[in-house]
Design a protein. Structure first.
Length: 427
């Protein structure tokens, strides 16, 4: 398989061209023949014009690429190596929503041939690839797993908005269903990953390795958030405490904050779901998720309390930043929305702004439109996301958009030790 890909006798296809799939497709297209497939025809048309719908890549990243972008399943019929990189979200009950990965599996199964390889990159619970996806591949294709086609798992590690930690610079974990496929898949990824490849002992081990990466971060951030709640009642600043504790060489430097997005805020639910299926209640994982999912409401309530403590009824609040993290356009599972909704539940008028988010997407996803301009009469300003555009702001600016005695809520501690006149609070 590897030799035929390198000689361009065989084609590789990436199914799902979002934040993860498009960079992978373009990286491989610099080396071998690639088909980039997405069910969203409008996104495909943009990519044909060298436009990344996710605004992560530049037109130059599309240059010198042997790639065909398509939404037509027929273009997959002569592909031999498939990479599935679709989202794996959760539903309204925080249960795994496998519809995208199942749909992508059905698409590939419809064109699967003897000798083909299918590699999953989507984050799933351990066992999902072989227990949920492989039976679909067998049933629709009529082929037999391992005997007729090979399957592997190589978890994505792309960090949206991060230009330093990229596909090329992060060690890639790979796995296969047998010794032959494990080696062929590893060698294929070595074409594009300069940092090298770690060959996991099995597909299930590779799945588990990915899901604990984000679960570990989630639990550590939850501990910081819990400390923040405790320290706030003590009247001490959490960031001051962490700065002092961080002088010890083995102190782990995590910070409090909102945990949203499509990875850290989602993946632990996949692991706890599988644990529950196996008859075990994942206490630490679920406790961490509860704390982190509650932080938006906590910030809003604390903001209202601090304004009300001055004898003023909270009237108008500005929320700066609505994406799930800094310097990205992605609003999926943004916990800033929890702050906005909780404030509105208290009868507060909320203006939300963001230099990267689309007002149209915010309206479609959450029913919240971004304010066209920033006013000058806010009772409080909540800096929720540390976009680069906000880093240079100073106390004078915040004073200019707030009423006298206004409150600055600095979730990420960006302006700690820089505010002397305004009322100030951070996690």
């Amino acid at each position: 398989m590897f030799n035929n890909l390198v000689s361009k006798k065989n084609k590789l296809a990436v199914i799902g061209l979002g934040y993860v799939g498009l960079p992978i497709a373009l990286a491989f297209a610099k080396k071998i023949k690639v088909v980039g497939f997405d069910i969203n025809a409008q996104r495909v048309e943009l990519m044909k014009k060298k436009i990344d719908p996710s605004s992560e890549l530049n037109a130059s990243d599309f240059e010198n690429s042997d790639i065909v972008f398509t939404a037509n399943m027929a273009d997959l019929r002569d592909v031999k190596f498939f990479i599935i990189a679709v989202p794996t979200p959760i539903d309204q009950h925080n249960l795994p929503d496998l519809k995208p990965v199942i749909g992508a599996t059905e698409t590939v199964a419809g064109v699967l041939k003897k000798g083909d390889y299918v590699v999953y990159e989507s984050t799933v619970y351990p066992g999902c690839t072989e227990e949920d996806c492989v039976p679909i591949l067998e049933r629709i294709s009529g082929l037999k797993y391992i005997t007729d086609f090979k399957v592997g798992y190589s978890p994505e590690r792309i960090n949206p908005g991060d230009k330093q930690h990229t596909l090329q610079t992060i060690v890639k974990v790979t796995s296969g269903c047998d010794a032959e496929s494990a080696e062929e898949i590893a060698k294929t990824y070595e074409l594009v990953v300069d940092a090298g490849v770690h060959r996991a002992s099995s597909i299930k081990v590779a799945e588990a390795a990915k899901i604990i990466e984000n679960t570990q971060r989630d639990i550590n951030i939850a501990f910081m958030n819990e400390l923040s709640i405790i320290f706030s009642r003590m009247g001490i600043n959490t960031y001051d405490v962490l700065e002092a504790a961080g002088t010890k060489w083995n102190f782990l430097k995590f910070f409090p904050g909102l945990v949203g997005g499509h990875c850290i805020g989602v993946d632990p639910y996949y692991l706890s779901f599988k644990a529950r299926e196996l008859g075990y209640h994942a206490q630490i994982i679920n406790a961490g998720r509860f704390i982190n999912d509650s932080m938006g409401g906590y910030v809003a309530k604390h903001t209202v309390k601090k304004i009300s403590a001055k004898g003023t009824k909270p009237g108008k609040v500005l929320v700066m930043g609505t994406t799930f993290k800094e310097d990205v356009t992605d609003i999926r599972n943004s916990k800033v929305v929890d702050i906005i909704r909780e404030l509105m539940a208290y009868g507060v008028s909320v203006d939300a702004v963001d230099p990267h988010a689309s007002s149209q997407e915010m309206k479609h996803e959450y029913g919240i439109e971004l304010a066209p301009v920033i006013q000058n009469n806010y009772d409080a300003v909540i800096v929720a996301v540390s976009h680069k555009e906000y880093l240079s702001l100073d106390e004078k600016y915040f004073q200019s958009i707030m009423v006298d005695g206004g409150l600055l809520v600095d979730i990420k501690g960006l302006f700690r030790k820089k505010i002397t006149k305004l009322n100030y609070w951070s996690l």
